[in-house]
Design a protein around this ligand. Structure first.
Ligand SMILES: C[S@@+](CC[C@H](N)C(=O)[O-])C[C@H]1O[C@@H](n2cnc3c(N)ncnc32)[C@H](O)[C@@H]1O
Length: 277
């Protein structure tokens, strides 16, 4: 069977997206904002942002749109380095957390903007070709991937850089997915993004950002909830296996009775960069 040039990646993304669990809305991200603030200090987050910034390789005068900026894991170092940044997100709580940091550090070059992937960006005041570089780090959570990529192309003059998952998602630990007997999905998000860009006539480069994370939890229930959330339609047999896996791999810290996994897992993101038209 051959793959034809007219394979419809946009429609394929729609079909895949419609099979996913309901997309997380503003409320979910507002609730996660506090957690995200703590994460800025975590080792796998600093590994990730360090490599992202290295791959981004900005010119000193480059201005940036950071779409889905969250609490500013990239906006803050970019602004400290002197870049003008439009930091955009649809979560008020994320933007509030970022605004506090921006004010504390007296960073005058950050413009914080409430913006949804799904809204009309021109109507929201985003000007065409208004920044040198547009980036979206781990934040492309959209029904229409083609439309999201076009929005980034519309804003950026020189370069667009995004990261997309190479696995089912950062929490879908392949070791666990395999243990409960599910097949591992090989067609990950970045495959759609990369192929769609080729079809749109761009020449995307792909590099990979690897970070390592040891999962830690306050309780066994919290661990169970964390992994359960990303495995869709868990059957009771699979739930038993998940329980068994976590009992075997979570170890109690005698000092504060928290739990930690007995290994560090690899989280690999695809960093995709291209020149917009
Ligand atoms: C996983 S976080 C990534 C944050 C940051 N860019 C990073 O790399 O750590 C995803 C971010 O995308 C934002 N987001 C999700 N859906 C969005 C949408 N439809 N419009 C705008 N932002 C969205 C969330 O509020 C959240 O801040």
């Amino acid at each position: 069977m051959g793959i034809t040039m007219d394979f419809d990646w946009r429609e394929a993304w729609h079909i895949r997206d419609s099979k996913r669990r309901e997309r997380n809305g503003q409320e979910y991200w507002n609730n996660r904002a506090v957690d995200f603030v703590k994460k800025v200090e975590r080792a796998d987050y600093s590994q990730y942002s360090q490599i992202f910034l290295e791959f981004l390789a900005l010119q000193p005068s480059d201005s940036v749109l950071d779409m889905g900026c969250g609490n500013g894991i990239l906006t803050l170092p970019l602004a400290r380095a002197g870049h003008d940044v439009i930091a955009a997100d649809f979560s008020d709580a994320m933007l509030d957390a970022l605004t506090r940091r921006v004010q504390d550090e007296k960073l005058a070059n950050v413009s914080v903007k409430k913006l949804d992937w799904d809204e009309d960006w021109l109507a929201a005041g985003i000007q065409p070709k208004s920044v040198d570089v547009a980036l979206a780090s781990r934040s492309i959570m959209v029904r229409d991937l083609h439309d999201a990529l076009e929005k980034l192309n519309m804003v950026a003059r020189d370069r667009v850089c995004v990261t997309m998952a190479t696995s089912l998602g950062p929490r879908s630990v392949s070791e666990i997915v395999e243990y409960i007997g599910r097949p591992i999905a090989r067609i990950a998000d970045f495959t759609y993004g990369f192929n769609m860009l080729i079809q749109m006539g761009y020449y995307p480069e792909v590099r990979y950002i690897d970070s390592y994370k040891r999962d830690r939890f306050d309780s066994f229930e919290q661990a169970l909830d964390y992994f359960r959330e990303n495995i869709e339609d868990l059957t009771s047999d699979e739930e038993k296996l998940l329980n068994e896996y976590l009992r075997e791999h979570l170890h109690v810290n005698s000092k504060d009775s928290s739990l930690a996994m007995d290994y560090e897992r690899l989280i690999r993101w695809a960093f995709i960069a291209w020149e917009p038209r």
